[in-house]
Design a protein around this ligand. Structure first.
Ligand code: GLY
Length: 413
């Protein structure tokens, strides 16, 4: 079987490693891939457009393509592949707008009664300013487009809110993504991520996870792609699961059917658990990174079979089996990330590192591993409790050294 995986991070390396664990005789192709994926498959070079990728997949008789990064989804890769009769896991363009277009996502949530914080949408700078002037609650300001994951500005007071609005609507910091903004009530609570598979009939949730988004300890500083994760999320109690299913998952499913937005792929619910119930902050229409790197070591089921049974056999029910353990992922990054950082630093200790771990931004040159990106490695510990998983992960972290290494020390605390 030949599988093509699209993306270049730890998530794509993790998908590849999990597929190989489940089926040894698989040929993996990655686009663009990274130094880790190069060790377990073939990185495709030089191809750039979705149409060229489609041509490659046809010519190479690729059996299945898995979209890792949302960038491809917004370039309509699923629609293009499906038009050419190729099997691909991911939402078609219209459904991918649940992630790619925050105004559309809010419209959908509102129409189908998916519980989400209250919000107002503005295209006019002055009207948005007037609203900020008179609003009585704390807000988050979000761009309509996802702006490469950077378009959510959390503000502490009115002054910061006005500055944020200026940067989006006047200075055009996020380009066209900021032509419209959503001003959303900022809720206090605990965040949780629920990644799930959608087989066109049902949404089947994975274990819950908690993403550590900020660069600094105690959730301070700039937003990143994710500096670590724990699974399960201790705040996802039984009551919260029931609330989530009733007020978020089920209305989402109903909306997907009624809007004719069904697909085979993944839906990621970004939640805020508050004392008044659980709220949906955002949908993503892909696997989370590094959430999936933290989930895979606990997944007993064969991932390829799960995908195949949803895509090829269209089974209604998919049972996913999990180890009754906990998992903790620590992301090792280059100091300076998510802003300016240096690459090309030699990484010591990788050869003897115990699994599981994933390469996010490193490559092998002349037999040596060197850093090549902001997020470099994902190191996972698995244990009977979060504390044990955390200790194992951080013990493994101690074995890795490179110049300008930075990681958060509070993942799982
Ligand atoms: N870790 C958050 C994300 O994948 O978007």
């Amino acid at each position: 079987m030949k599988v093509l995986i699209l993306g270049s991070g730890g998530r794509e390396h993790a998908i590849g490693k999990k597929l190989l664990k489940d089926l040894y005789s698989i040929d993996l192709y990655f686009y663009p891939g990274n130094g880790g994926t190069d060790q377990i498959g073939k990185n495709i070079e030089k191809i750039q457009t979705p149409s060229e990728l489609c041509f490659f997949a046809k010519k190479s008789a690729i059996d299945l393509t898995i979209v890792g990064s949302e960038v491809f989804l917004l370039e309509k890769i699923v629609d293009i592949f499906q038009n050419f009769g190729l099997k691909i896991i991911g939402p078609h363009y219209l459904a991918s707008r649940l992630e790619g277009d925050r105004v559309f996502a809010k419209y959908f949530m509102n129409k189908y009664g998916v519980r989400t914080p209250k919000y107002e949408i503005f295209s006019c700078y002055q009207k948005a300013m007037d609203f900020l002037e008179k609003t009585t609650y704390s807000v988050a300001i979000k761009t309509r487009g996802i702006a490469a994951g950077k378009g959510v500005l959390l503000v502490k007071n009115k002054n910061e809110a006005k500055k944020a609005l200026n940067s989006i609507m006047k200075d055009k910091k996020f380009g066209k993504s900021g032509n419209q903004v959503i001003i959303e009530e900022f809720l206090q609570g605990n965040e949780a991520s629920i990644i799930s598979i959608f087989n066109g009939k049902n949404i089947i949730p994975f274990l819950s996870s908690k993403d550590y988004k900020k660069i600094g300890e105690k959730e301070t500083g700039l937003n990143t792609g994710g500096m670590g994760t724990i699974v399960p999320n201790p705040h996802m109690t039984n009551d919260v699961w029931i609330d989530f299913k009733k007020n978020i998952l089920e209305p989402t499913l109903e909306g997907l059917f009624l809007e004719k937005l069904t697909f085979f792929g993944f839906i990621y619910f970004g939640l805020m658990i508050t004392s008044n119930g659980v709220y949906l902050l955002e949908y993503n229409t892909r696997l989370g990174d590094p959430e999936i790197q933290t989930l895979f070591p606990l997944m007993k089921s064969n991932f390829l079979q799960i995908i195949q049974s949803s895509l090829f056999q269209q089974k209604d029910i998919i049972n996913i089996h999990w180890k009754k353990l906990c998992s903790c992922c620590v992301v090792l990054s280059s100091k300076g990330y998510p802003e300016k950082y240096e690459s090309g630093k030699i990484i010591e200790g990788l050869h003897s590192l115990k699994e599981p771990f994933y390469i996010a931004g490193a490559k092998k040159e002349k037999g040596k591993w060197i850093t090549s990106s902001g997020r470099v490695l994902n190191i996972i510990g698995v244990g009977k409790s979060i504390d044990e998983a955390r200790k194992i992960a951080y013990d493994k972290v101690k074995k890795i050294h490179f110049e300008n290494l930075y990681f958060r020390k509070d993942i799982g605390l």
